[in-house]
Design a protein around this ligand. Structure first.
Ligand code: NAP
Length: 244
């Protein structure tokens, strides 16, 4: 029997790469999208998937990507990230623009482009990776929390707009996950990135992939609306217990 198709954006690293691997294990034919084609090509070969270059900030790239994916049952909107960690008074407009482009407009573009195929499957599912930054503010994080709130609103609004259609919507909102996220946020500064996870055990990409796989493998009448997962040592975006 043909495997159902799952599309994972941002599949070249972290949560997206782990999700692509896990969904392949669950029996999906996975289409991996990201800008770093060499990485997704290698992973696709390992899991029997397909790699297609995708820049979610570029409408032409999204259009070409969607044209190459005529069938899809599951879309995991995962591409995203943060840049900078400054108070509003010193916020960098270019960083904010990047965060809105990738997290908000990127999710909008990919969702619009793949929605017809998801609906046509008769049993579609959109899983969007937001963040606990979509649930609460934290100091110095307004650009990212703003973008993640907007991305979450897009996703949660669709849950109502698509009611009655054969499609499920799941929001997965993780706390701290050790990936390339902090390296990107701090412009490649490995020391700053490492400090984010100092003295605690963060989530891994596999932990989040496990939550995504759970939602994706329920019977089709069961809609897991939202999954919030954090390390045991993290109570909120601004409160964590660190050893040492
Ligand atoms: P990551 O390791 O930096 O992965 C980010 C992924 O997004 C990469 O595969 C990257 O691929 C892709 N991406 C970035 N810009 C893109 C673009 N313009 N077009 C297509 N793909 C793009 O970070 P991660 O932690 O796995 O992040 C995945 C998602 O989880 C993000 O939405 C992030 O906001 C969310 N999240 C992360 C955490 C955390 O603590 N790590 C917590 C909550 C939520 P290329 O660079 O190859 O394009």
């Amino acid at each position: 029997m043909d495997r159902p198709v799952a599309v994972v954006t941002g599949a070249s690293s972290g949560i997206g790469a782990a999700t692509a691997r896990r969904l392949a294990d669950e029996g999906f034919a996975v289409v991996l999208g990201a800008r770093r084609l060499h990485r997704i090509t290698e992973l696709a070969a390992a899991i029997g998937g397909t790699a297609i270059r995708l820049d979610v900030t570029d409408p032409e790239s999204v259009e070409a990507f969607a044209a190459a994916v005529p069938e899809a049952r599951l879309l995991v909107n995962n591409a995203g990230g943060a840049k900078g960690l400054e108070p509003v008074a010193e916020a960098n407009e270019d960083d904010w623009r990047w965060m809105y482009e990738v997290n908000v407009l990127g999710t909008l573009r990919v969702t619009q482009a793949l929605l017809p195929a998801l609906l046509a499957s008769g049993d579609g599912h959109i899983i969007t990776v937001t963040s606990i930054a979509a649930l609460e503010p934290y100091d110095n994080g307004a650009g990212y929390t703003g973008a993640k709130h907007a991305q979450a609103m897009l996703h949660r609004t669709l849950r109502g707009e698509l009611l009655g259609q054969p499609i499920r919507l799941t929001e997965v909102a993780p706390g701290m996950v050790e990936t390339e996220f902090s390296l990107v946020r701090f412009g490649g500064d490995a020391e700053k990135a490492g400090n984010v996870y100092r003295g605690l055990t963060p989530l891994t990409g596999d932990d989040v992939a496990d939550a995504i796989a759970y939602a994706a493998t329920r019977p089709s009448h069961v809609n897991i609306d939202q999954i919030v997962l954090k390390p045991r040592a993290q109570a909120s975006a601004s409160r964590a217990h660190r050893e040492g």
